[in-house]
Structure formats: C-alpha cells, structure tokens
Design a protein around this ligand. Structure first.
Ligand SMILES: C[S@@+](CC[C@H](N)C(=O)[O-])C[C@H]1O[C@@H](n2cnc3c(N)ncnc32)[C@H](O)[C@@H]1O
Length: 312
C-alpha cells in the first residue's frame, strides 16, 4: 500500500512540514513519502535497533531531511519537539512485525527453525516470549492466544503448554511450535497455515503490548498534528483495525453523550474527519507480489480546525 499511503497523505503536506513515520522499519514507506514531497522533513520512529540501522542506510540519501529516533510510538508526543512541534502534517503507522524481524531467526518470532523464545521488538524490553510461555497462568495464556491469535483451540493449547512446562521449561521456538502442533486436533492440522502460526502471533502481540501501544499513540498523533494534517494507519490484525476505526469514528462524532439524551450536554466537538469510508485494501496485483499484504487495511483521517469562539 505504499502508493496509496503517498496519495492519501501528500495533500496535507506543505513546504517545511514534517511527517512522522511511527514504524519506520526498513524505511520503504518513508523513502516513498520523502520522494513524493521534496519540501517535507521526516521523523522516523522505531523501537527496534536493527530497523533503525536499516532505515538509516536506506534513507541516508535524504540527508538532513530525516531524523531517526529509537522510541515507542506510544510516547509520540514527547519525541516531537523543537522545530518539529507545530509543523507535523502527517502521522503514519505500518503496524505489526516487519519482514526482517520475521526472517532473522535469532529474534525468535518464527515458528520454523529453532531460536530462543524472545520476540521483543525492543530487545531492552523486560518481557520475553519465554516469560509469557513459562510464567503466565493457564487462564492468562488461553486469553492471550484466543484474543490476539483468534485461535479456536486456545484452551487446549494453553493446557498443553502448562502440562509440558511442569516437566521442563520452554527455551526455544521449535519446542513451543511442536507442543502447539500436538495440541491441535489432527483434522485441523491438515489444512491451512502452520498450526502454531496464530499462537506465535498472539504471544508476539502480548510481548510487545501492541494493541495498548496503538491505543495510547492515536490520541498523541491527533495532539501533535496541525489542523488539516492527516493520520494514516495500516493494520494487519482485526484488533488493530478496530482500534483505529473506533478512534477515528469517536473523534469524528465529538459528542460523547448517551444516545438517549435529547440534547448534547458534553459540548465536545468533532476533531477529525474520516477520509476513507471503508478501509483501503491492497490490489490483487500487490497481494500476488507480497502475500503478507493480504490482511492489510489502510484507514486515513484528517484533523479539523478547532471550532471558532462562536461555534464553541
Ligand atoms: C511492518 S514494519 C514497518 C515497515 C516499514 N513501513 C517499511 O517500509 O520498511 C513495523 C515496524 O514497526 C515497529 N514497531 C512496532 N510497534 C512499535 C512501537 N510501539 N513503537 C515503535 N515502533 C514500533 C517494528 O519494530 C517494525 O520495525
């Protein structure tokens, strides 16, 4: 959705403006935005040191137009300072895990091959996948796997993990993948993706607190944007997409009064306008080229001018 992101964000840009890429990763979207808008500067955030090294190399050609920072996008407000404050015209998220994170076996995101159970995007973070798998109660594991993995066999899988770790701690990804596979009924193992895929996704989302960070970041994005500026978010998980959709809808509605009140008493005005009525999906051609894009959904909203005194 690189082309679509550029199309939806560029109309908000003016010379001297700033776009914040909250998930700069390898810098692919960032490079496309910088190329499309030569007067714009970019602040690129990532919580992964390896991603920042990769984007540093990729975006080197743009020189002083780029500032890269290691941060969690939940802290977006506090990383925008100095010249950038007041100049932000676009905020962009390309959520979830990156291909290099998945491909580098040592990061422990993969269910194929063996690696330590890590899965931290920020390797200085406290919680690892091994802590979740070896430390969470059976009920907590079942909740995580059901909610973030949308896995219908979550309780069976949680039961099998707890039974196995009573004998021996989980250390590696291969070990976990085998136990999960063994817990899934044989009929369900025969078709579809690897039986451990959903459980690995769920543990990754838990380890990195992905949904909570997004929910904390979106109001910050709205706060740092100039009126007329735009937020664009690509989600790959239904809970991410729901968080984005609900935030945009609630800011576009403004009023928070119970629906049965005849008049508004809260006085809150709309602060955003949704620009994509339905989520934008990748083209068939893009899905063929990049199968991971299959679940991608892009939503975009614009920040409105604050109401004048007569409207307030
Ligand atoms: C899908 S990749 C982005 C790829 C990027 N758009 C590109 O073109 O290369 C997502 C990136 O977001 C980062 N990330 C995820 N959650 C984050 C958070 N809360 N704060 C900062 N970075 C985060 C990940 O480390 C990963 O590098």
């Amino acid at each position: 959705l690189v082309h679509e992101v550029v199309e939806w964000l560029s109309p908000a840009f003016s010379s001297g403006g700033v776009v914040v890429d909250c998930t700069v990763g390898g810098g692919g979207h960032a490079a496309a935005l910088l190329e499309a808008a030569p007067g714009v500067r970019l602040v690129g955030i990532d919580r992964d040191d390896e991603a920042l090294e990769a984007s540093g190399r990729r975006l080197g050609e743009f020189g002083g137009r780029v500032r890269l920072l290691k941060a969690n996008f939940a802290e977006l407000g506090s990383v925008i300072d100095g010249d950038d404050a007041g100049a932000v015209e676009g905020v962009f998220y390309d959520l979830g895990v990156s291909s290099p994170q998945l491909d580098r076996a040592h990061r422990g995101f993969r269910y194929r091959g063996d690696a330590p159970l890590d899965m931290r995007m920020d390797v200085s973070g406290d919680l690892t996948a091994a802590d979740v798998v070896n430390g969470y109660s059976e009920a907590e594991l079942a909740r995580v796997i059901a909610t973030y993995g949308e896995e219908r066999f979550a309780r069976r899988i949680a039961g099998a993990i707890v039974a196995r770790r009573a004998q021996r701690r989980f250390e590696g990804t291969e070990d976990l993948a085998e136990v999960v596979k063994g817990a899934v009924p044989a009929a369900a193992r025969r078709s579809g993706p690897h039986p451990a895929r959903r459980t690995f996704q769920a543990i990754r989302i838990e380890v990195n607190d992905e949904i909570e960070n997004l929910e904390r970041s979106l109001p910050e994005a709205l706060r740092v944007l100039r009126p007329g500026g735009r937020v664009a978010a690509i989600s790959y998980h239904s809970l991410e997409d729901r968080a984005v959709k609900r935030f945009f809808a609630s800011e576009a509605r403004g009023c928070r009064c119970p629906r049965d009140l005849p008049v508004c008493v809260c006085g809150r005005k709309a602060s955003m306008r949704g620009l994509t009525r339905k989520a934008v999906r990748p083209s068939d051609e893009e899905k063929r080229r990049n199968p991971r894009s299959d679940s991608a959904r892009l939503r975009v909203a614009a920040k409105l001018e604050p109401p004048g005194p007569e409207a307030a």
